[in-house]
Design a protein around this ligand. Structure first.
Ligand code: ATP
Length: 353
């Protein structure tokens, strides 16, 4: 086992930042703690690192209960968003800092520095101070400082958020391939769903201090547990539309097309923009805006009194105000309870739509 967290709670005076969360990060896997600002993901990471004390709950690392241990005794390394490099030290001295305070021999330090610098492509930067390096280079040094410790667990808090989009994408795949190659258990805090989805074996989606859903990226994308999860993952997010009762089941308000034969409860329909297509016998809709992104076009449409986005491949030559018809496969439809926001697996889509 890499990291195991049980019933973890953190109260700040009257405010509960982490509300009884339990999860496991299997050894050697990459786990993303994902969620909006203020949902408690950084606090969770700081509790595991031992930088803040938990109000209650337990944490184990590599099978050892670390709940009461000092940060340095927990057997982990950490990378922060603000690289936290010492400005007066060179890259090499920054990377080696932890090893030198722990009394590693000069020979061991040199050997590990060479390995780490090679791995991160930092050989030519080792004599520079942080002010003489770009953001991406500084982040590599911060990563090097964590990796040189050779701990089996590494915690990262939004490590790429200060970098531009291109560098972020490069660093994403670099970190992921290093993690795989070295077999490290990584717990990675991010508010960026693309980062979580593209890097992680397991995504833990947090909301208001609780775990909203934990699973593989495919689970979260294909079977969101709630409307919150459905809208948090995906660009643009999943469309969520109210349904109305009609003879035989439910339909979009004002439409006679049966979407499910389920007739009880208040339901919402979920459908991903990429699962919607133009269809001659589909639902009538009016285009409000049309945005072309090169590989696809995103149409924002009115369908009855509700709004919906469709992502069509390539350039869709459809202007604003156009009357179109939209269709989908029944297998693309998902259903949620309108009052609880939770997924309703018992509701099935009507086959002959
Ligand atoms: P962000 O992405 O904005 O960093 P987050 O999900 O990491 O958000 P946390 O930093 O874990 O969120 O904060 C969770 C909640 O706890 C927030 O409402 C925050 O204001 C509060 N909080 C964090 N640290 C403290 C503190 N030292 N004292 C009081 N409240 C705090």
């Amino acid at each position: 086992m890499g990291i195991s967290v049980s019933n973890l709670v953190k109260d700040w005076s009257t405010f509960r930042a982490v509300d009884n969360i339990t999860f496991q990060a299997e050894k050697g896997t990459f786990v993303a703690l994902l969620g909006p600002s203020g949902c408690g993901k950084s606090t969770t990471l700081r509790l595991i690192a031992g930088l803040d004390d938990a109000t209650s709950g337990t944490m184990t690392i590599a099978g050892r209960d670390v709940t009461q241990l000092a940060p340095a005794k927990r057997g982990l390394s950490m990378v922060f968003q603000s690289y936290a490099l010492f400005p007066h030290l060179t890259a090499a001295q920054n990377i080696l800092f932890g090893l030198s305070v722990r009394g590693f021999s000069k020979g061991e330090q040199a050997a590990r520095l060479k390995l780490t610098a090679d791995m991160l492509g930092l050989e030519h930067l080792l004599d520079r101070r942080p002010s003489q390096m770009s953001g991406g280079q500084q982040q590599r040094v911060a990563l090097g400082r964590a990796l040189i410790a050779e701990t089996s667990v590494c915690l990262l808090d939004e490590p790429l958020s200060n970098l531009d989009a291109k560098l972020r994408a490069e660093m994403r795949s670099e970190i992921r391939s290093l993690q795989k190659r070295l077999g490290i258990t990584m717990l990675y805090v991010t508010h960026d769903q693309t980062e979580a989805m593209s890097m992680a074996d397991q995504v833990i989606l947090m909301n208001g201090g609780r775990i909203e859903q934990a699973g593989s990226p495919e689970d979260l994308y294909e079977r969101p547990a709630s409307v919150f999860a459905a809208r948090f993952i995906g660009t643009p997010p999943m469309n969520i539309l109210d349904l109305a009762k009609i003879e035989g089941g439910m339909a979009l308000p004002g439409s006679a097309r049966l979407l499910t034969d389920q007739a009880s409860g208040e339901l919402q329909l979920g459908i991903r923009p990429e699962h919607i297509r133009l269809s001659d016998n589909g639902e009538p809709a009016t285009v409000q805006t049309s945005e072309y992104f090169g590989s696809d076009t995103i149409l924002t449409c009115r369908i009855g009194t509700q709004s919906l986005q469709a992502k069509l491949p390539g350039r869709a030559a459809i202007g604003e105000g156009a009357a179109i018809r939209l269709g989908w496969s029944p297998t693309a439809l998902q259903f949620f309870d309108r009052s609880t926001g939770l997924r309703r697996d018992d509701v099935t889509a009507f086959k002959n739509q």
